[in-house]
Ligand binder design. Sequence first.
Ligand code: CUA
Length: 162
Amino acid sequence: KYEKIWLTFGIGSLVIFLVVLAFGAFWQGTHPQSHGVTIDPENIEANDAFKPENLGITKVSDDKYIVNIVATAFNYNLGVDEEGKPVKDIRIPKGSTVLFQVTTKDVVHGFNVAGTNINMMVEPGYISSYETVLDNTGEFTIVCNEYCGVGHHLMFATVEVY
Ligand code: CUA
C-alpha cells in the first residue's frame, strides 16, 4: 500500500520536473522565437528590416523602438553612424517597448542581452524576434551564447537603457 503511494509520488515528481524543464527551455529561448518567419540567408537585404540603412535602432514613436541586427562571424551589425563607423552601442530610454529582430547569413549564433530576459538563438534562414519592455536602466552587453567559431568570444555590442 505504501509502495503505491510512493510510486505515485515519484511519477508525479517526475512529471512536474519535466514540465518545469520544458517551460524553462521555452522561456529561456533555447529555440528560435519566431518559428515560421523565414528569410533567404543569401539575400537578407530583400527583407526591409535588414537593408543596410535599416540596421540598428529605429524610433517608431516616443516609447517604441525597433532594433534590427545581423549577426555574423564575429560581429553584430547594427549599421553605421554618420561618420560611417560601425555602431556598437544603442541607447534606449527606460520604459520603452523594443522589438529586436535578428538574423544571420552564416552560422548559428546566440543573441543574449546579459542581465535581461532577452535570449535567442539566431539561425540562418530565420528571423528571430523578441519584443520586450526595458524597465531597468543600465548598460547591458549583447553576447553570443552559441559557439560559432574562433572569434565567438569577440561578438558583442551594448544596449544602454537610460
Ligand atoms: Cu556568434 Cu558565437
